[in-house]
Design a binder for this molecule. Structure first.
Ligand code: C2E
Ligand code: CA
Ligand code: CA
Ligand code: CA
Length: 280
């Protein structure tokens, strides 16, 4: 046993060490990037599927790294979550998105333009989240009803009672909620009645399958029917072709996002799109 123990030690220790060290240097790099403010937001238009009008944008964070170029969120959000750095980063995202959203509202004379911000599970558990959001709304002047916080089922299902309480406090300020990636998790829309949700976002996976297989089409249809019964809006994510768009329109889906309509855009390009007022 001793020998096996030693063997294991010899085999695994360098590997563990390497992994721990890589993680530590990644964490240091991410912390430094936050301190140096190397992050920026891209904005993906959310489109009214009936009219083609842009009703708002989802803010999506990117890391502009001097060494690595433009790094997508999938490559740093998980580490930011694990280390807690997401709280600092997320606060910046919230403030920047609200600031930009208010600028657009003033430029267009349209206070109903929506800004959607992703809130991760860890961020959602911060004790001062409600104060943070209230402060950002006050300092940026964005009307609370223009802010849509996107949370996933996993984030609320960890501690449903506490999540519902936090959401109700935020909703009391007038903030709206979207349930992101719907369909990925386990609960039905019925379970979600206890949460003050305004919008359900149908996950890209189901939009992909919508025109290819009957079961995905049935799921999308069921979500739309239930959402209607519960008075919720529905946004379909990841629309990539006209067949999907036509089908979603026919089914009465309110809003859509996807590369077919527009990729996420830098702020200046999003401004140009908005001021052109061309339906997508
Ligand atoms: P998500 O919230 O589900 O965002 C949608 C993702 O799908 C975005 O990827 C978007 O660029 C991409 N997308 C949109 N339309 C299409 C399409 O038609 N086809 C395909 N293939 N993809 C499409 P992105 O920007 O790389 O973000 C990935 C994930 O990172 C997001 O998924 C979200 O979970 C997370 N994330 C992004 N920004 C933030 C943030 O500020 N805070 C937090 N906590 N998470 C964020
Ligand atoms: Ca989202
Ligand atoms: Ca999503
Ligand atoms: Ca997703």
């Amino acid at each position: 046993a001793k020998e096996r123990g030693r063997g294991r030690w010899e085999i695994f220790e360098p590997e563990l060490n390497e992994r721990a060290q890589r993680r530590m240097s990644d964490e240091t790099a991410l912390g430094a990037a936050i301190a140096r403010q190397e992050f920026l937001l891209h904005y993906q238009p959310v489109v009214d599927l009936r009219t083609g009008a842009v009703t708002g944008f989802e803010a999506l964070v990117r890391w502009q790294s001097p060494e690595r170029g433009l790094v997508p969120p999938d490559q740093f959000i998980p580490l930011a979550e694990e280390t807690g750095l997401i709280n600092v980063l997320g606060r910046w995202v919230l403030e920047e998105a609200c600031r930009q959203g208010r600028l657009w509202q003033l430029a267009l004379g349209d206070p109903t333009l929506q800004v959607a911000v992703n809130v991760s599970a860890r961020q959602f558990q911060q004790v001062d989240l409600v104060e943070q959001v209230a402060t950002v709304l006050r300092t940026t002047g964005l009307p609370p009803a223009s802010l849509l916080l996107e949370i996933t089922e996993t984030a609320v299902m960890g501690d449903p009672a506490k999540a519902a309480a936090t959401m109700r406090r935020l909703a009391a300020h007038g903030v709206r909620f979207a349930l992101d990636d719907f369909g990925q998790g386990y609960s039905s829309l019925g379970h979600l009645k206890r949460f003050p949700i305004d919008v359900v976002k149908i996950d890209k996976e189901f939009v992909d399958g919508l025109t290819r297989n009957a079961s995905d089409a049935q799921i999308v249809q069921a979500v739309l029917t239930m959402a209607q019964a519960l008075g919720l809006e529905v946004t379909a994510e990841g629309i990539e072709d006209h067949a999907q768009l036509d089908r979603l329109r026919t089914l009465g889906c309110n809003h859509g996002q996807g590369y077919l309509l527009s990729r996420p855009l830098p702020a200046a390009a999003a401004t140009a799109l908005l001021t052109a007022r061309t339906p997508l």
